[in-house]
Design a protein around this ligand. Structure first.
Ligand code: GDP
Ligand code: IMO
Ligand code: MG
Length: 430
């Protein structure tokens, strides 16, 4: 019996998960997404092409590997259709090596409308959602009113759809949302609904399976499975900075419920962190920089959301949050991305602790959103060197190695690899 290795983000998302999964894929037989949906944007770059994946696992560029969209994932049919078209335009044909769980829930166009309605109703307290319908679709899942991929094969699908849509329209009215003015990609709800309905044919053309049986059979047959996380641990529904979170279990525990594998089947847990920190959307971010340095991280790091194009908030690496994420996930291996963004920094800082009311705090407080948190910062000299020619981990500049050693010391987890550019080829394994 083999194990499911896990790769997930330890911060607020966009740590470089897509790129690293693509690089690790040759070591595995099956790559599976277990939660989230098209709120994710996972960027891969190789041979001069850049590709952003939303719902499809990042192993899809390896035709001999199987990719599974697990039951814990949400699928928006029209976005999925676009994603498939974009792959086909690049010469990738995923029909044979992409399987989809029949138990994955569907995001309806009206879920997207409700996302917008909820955000509007929250006003200044809005979450900064990607507006892909994630919250409302998971709400229906938990309320036991959702529609699943397997339902699209049933004769009464349209009936069930209309019933759920009617409920959504009612809710939008209660929220005093102007349905007539609402647009998705410039389309009215009716126009978009037509597109969404047409896209169901694409979804039907894939292998729709009981993915929990499939994955467990793979494990029994000695196949190597990699679970690919979306979002990040600090956006987890239970442990993130609630309510400024996403609506799924983004941590290792989510792998079990999102794929149907027992906890005893979890193997390595690889956690990714940027060498600094970013966040997109609202919510606490103790190490956020509002100065020139923050702006420089954003500019040099091209820190703009892969899904919404919004600029990402930037700051120093946050060790209390990282330690928390390592604890929650049981991280066995760390991967650090994007140190190259700080190549010409004279000084680089690490937040080692939080100071709240003049007291040192080493836990993420329950009142994360309310209290004023001052980060205690430790300074490190920059390496002041271009990293692009480095081929071996051990040859990296000493100041970078010292910086990485501090991250290991602070988290108690060994770093297995460092990524130094967006390209597939630039990952230095230890
Ligand atoms: P994901 O959501 O975790 O897959 O990450 P995103 O794709 O949203 O954001 C990561 C961004 O950083 C993408 O634009 C990647 O191409 C880029 N990236 C990944 N690793 C590195 C790296 O080591 N250095 C640099 N400079 N960019 C990277
Ligand atoms: P990947 O997988 C970064 C953020 C949104 C918002 C909050 C809730 O690319 O790392 P939602 O659309 O889920 O209702 O948004 O979570 N968010 C992400 N931030 N990367 C992501 O995914 C994200 N997915 C959601 O910005 O603050
Ligand atoms: Mg992303």
């Amino acid at each position: 019996m083999s194990k499911v290795d896990v790769l997930l983000g330890l911060q607020w998302g966009d740590e470089g998960k897509g790129k690293i999964v693509d690089v690790l894929t040759p070591k595995y037989d099956v790559i599976a997404r277990f939660q989230g949906g098209p709120n994710a944007g996972h960027t891969l770059e190789f041979n001069g092409i850049k590709h952003v994946l939303r719902t499809i696992p990042s192993g899809i560029f390896h035709p001999e590997k199987l990719n599974v969209i697990g039951n814990g994932v949400l699928i928006e049919a029209a976005i999925f259709n676009d994603e498939i078209s974009a792959l086909r335009e690049k010469g990738v044909e995923p029909t044979e090596n992409l399987y989809i769980s029949k138990k994955a829930h569907l995001i309806l166009p009206t879920h997207r409308m409700l996302d917008a309605a909820n955000e509007q109703a929250k006003g200044n307290a809005k979450i900064g959602s990607t507006l892909k319908g994630i919250g409302p679709a998971y709400t229906d899942k938990i309320a036991r009113t959702g529609l699943r991929v397997g339902d699209i094969l049933e004769f009464d699908f349209r009936e069930k759809y209309e019933l759920l849509k009617m409920q959504h329209m009612q809710t939008a009215k209660t929220l005093q949302f102007d349905i007539k003015k609402f647009r998705i990609d410039g389309m009215t709800l009716d126009q978009y609904e037509k597109r969404w309905m047409d896209s169901l044919d694409t979804l039907r053309s894939f292998k729709l399976i009981n993915s929990e049986y499939f994955i467990n059979r793979c494990l029994r047959g000695g196949k190597r499975v990699l679970a690919e996380g979306a979002q990040g641990s600090m956006l987890d529904i239970d442990f993130g900075s609630y309510p400024f979170v996403t609506s799924s279990s983004t941590i290792t525990a989510g792998v079990c419920s999102g794929l149907g594998v027992p906890p005893s089947a979890i193997g390595k847990v690889m956690g990714i962190t940027k060498a600094y920190c970013t966040r997109v959307g609202s919510g606490p971010f103790p190490t956020e920089l509002f100065d020139e340095t923050g702006k420089k991280l954003c500019d040099v790091g091209h820190e703009f959301g892969a899904v919404t194009g919004r600029p990402r908030r930037c700051g120093w690496i946050d060790i209390p949050a990282l330690r928390y994420a390592c604890m929650l996930n049981g991280v066995t291996h760390l991967i650090v991305t994007k140190p190259d963004v700080m190549n010409d920094f004279d000084e680089i800082k690490i937040c080692t602790d939080y100071i709240i009311d003049d007291k040192e705090v080493d836990e993420i407080p329950f009142e994360y959103n309310e209290v004023e948190i001052k980060p205690r910062l430790q300074s490190f000299p920059g390496w002041k060197q271009d990293l692009s020619d480095f081929k071996k981990f051990k040859d990296l500049p000493l100041n970078l190695l010292n910086y990485l050693a501090e991250i290991e010391f602070q988290t108690g987890v060994k770093i297995m690899a460092v990524s130094i550019s967006p390209d597939r080829k630039d990952v230095l394994f230890r």
